[in-house]
Design a protein around this ligand. Structure first.
Ligand SMILES: Nc1nc2c(c(=O)[nH]1)N[C@H]1C(S)=C(S)[C@@H](COP(=O)(O)O)O[C@H]1N2
Ligand SMILES: [Mo]
Length: 444
């Protein structure tokens, strides 16, 4: 337990029997634990405040769009629930239903989530660099307040790194960890947002003072500023001569952020811009055939038995006691509708194609299920995530929501969901179930 200080902890938690011993001497101040070890003349509260403010903007965008992504994923919950059981805010997700209105809604919110998240990484690194001396601060804990501040900081930095690392791995489609990405990323965001609010409350006065003294952007004009090393632990006591100005450093990191943002935007916006998506895992340059667009999970990966997609395939449509069974020829004989709609994956990429098929609501009418609140979609995929999904009222009743049989004028390829797949406006890609074989109106 803390032995120096003002006895605050002792009063709070009862006397420590060791407290009567003479206080242990401070550990020897060597290497990075010595203030003079840190030489950079640009490190200080202005740089931290400025970088932190820019980072805050990106983080707020990520938090809002991340929350929206959960609303989109869990619309009416049921099989969609990514956090099984009663996760935090489940009641909110039951109440907030994702609209079908604007076809590009999720492409935009999730594109922003990934673009701002990736662009924030250089800012996060600069922010951490600007406060390195504080990690070596000794004594590590001075008082109860100081202990709480440092604990919240450990949670803050820990959850931030966890969110960025898991998010990056997810957009690369790589899951080296033994837990499920969505609930982990989701729960960590609660720790992060809580710690962020505390951090802001604790640091706002410092930021305000620094901006009052030096201006928010004045050092970016190239002006040098003096910061007091006696007041701030991050300011070098024996600085080396500058090798880069604050303007140069912020400019370099800002340009890196911007370049990453443009690169990530390439895969969200698509078209010729996809060529600049150097970090996109789903390929920058795709073929030019009608089925040559991103494949999230191939039929082989989903363990689809090709025999099940052939002549013996039929679609079961169910509502209450009514049931219909339709072959692909039956479906093709119904009036066909063509809609240009995007697939917008949680990974941040999206791609708009021309889909042709039968409106879901027409299939509902055939069995008297068109007034249903929900539609349970099931597929040939026997297990694993996304093998089935629940669509809400807005989605199942929208005239553009299709059971697609064709894309860009030709039959769906096996990897894109042959014989039939769902395509719904404004929804996350995950709800566009492939290899569909059963539609149950009002089942959940
Ligand atoms: N049955 C089934 N449908 C599925 C998936 C899946 O794994 N299995 N992946 C979903 C996800 S996450 C996305 S983004 C889209 C991608 O569709 P595409 O592979 O045709 O681009 O399909 C969705 N439909
Ligand atoms: Mo996806």
């Amino acid at each position: 337990m803390e032995q120096r200080g003002d006895g605050f902890l002792e009063r709070a938690f009862g006397a420590d029997p060791d407290a009567r011993k003479p206080p242990a001497p401070d550990p020897p101040q060597i290497g990075p634990f010595k203030r003079s070890f840190w030489k950079s003349p640009v490190r200080g509260p202005w740089l931290t405040s400025f970088t932190g403010s820019a980072l805050l903007v990106a983080i707020v965008v990520c938090a809002v769009t991340g929350f929206l992504s959960h609303v989109a994923y869990e619309t009416t919950l049921g099989e969609n629930a990514v956090v099984l059981g009663d996760g935090p805010l489940t009641f909110l997700y039951e109440w907030l239903s994702w609209p079908a209105g604007w076809a590009y809604l999720y492409a935009v919110t999730q594109g922003m989530h990934v673009i701002f998240g990736v662009a924030a990484i250089p800012l996060l690194l600069l922010k951490l660099w600007s406060v390195i001396p504080k990690f070596f601060e000794r004594p590590a804990v001075r008082s109860l307040a100081h202990m709480l501040e440092r604990t919240s900081l450990a949670l803050f930095i820990g959850s931030a790194l966890f969110l960025f690392v898991t998010g990056l791995l997810n957009i690369q489609g790589w899951y080296p960890f033994g837990f499920s990405f969505v609930p982990a990323h989701y729960y960590a965001s609660f720790v992060f947002v809580g710690a962020l609010i505390l951090h802001l409350a604790l640091k706002l006065p410092l930021v305000a003072r620094s901006f009052r003294e030096h201006g928010v952007t004045r050092p970016l004009g190239g002006q040098t500023i003096e910061e007091d090393s006696a007041l701030h632990e991050t300011v070098a006591t024996q600085p080396d001569p500058a090798t880069i100005s604050r303007r140069g450093l912020v400019g370099m990191v800002g340009a890196t952020s911007l370049a990453l943002a443009v690169m990530m935007a390439g895969q969200s916006i698509g078209g010729p811009l996809r060529r600049i998506a150097l970090l996109a895992p789903r390929g920058q340059v795709l073929g030019t055939g009608p089925n040559d667009f991103q494949i999230n999970k191939t039929a082989a990966a989903a363990q689809i038995d090709v025999a099940d997609t052939g002549q013996k395939w039929a679609l079961d449509v169910i509502a209450g006691g009514e049931q219909a069974s339709l072959t692909r020829a039956d479906l093709l004989a119904l009036p066909q509708v063509t809609e240009r709609l995007p697939i917008a994956c949680v990974e941040g990429w999206s791609t708009a194609q021309d889909w042709t098929g039968v409106p879901l609501i027409e299939l509902g009418r055939m069995v008297g299920g068109d007034a249903a609140e929900t539609l349970l979609v099931q597929s040939l995929q026997k297990s694993g995530s996304f093998s089935e999904v629940v669509l809400n009222r807005a989605q199942l009743s929208d005239e553009r929501s299709l059971l697609a049989l064709q894309v860009n004028g030709v039959d769906l390829s096996l990897d894109h969901g042959f014989p039939a797949r769902i395509i719904v406006p404004g929804a996350p890609g995950v709800h566009n179930t492939k290899w569909v074989n059963r539609l149950s109106f009002g089942a959940v």
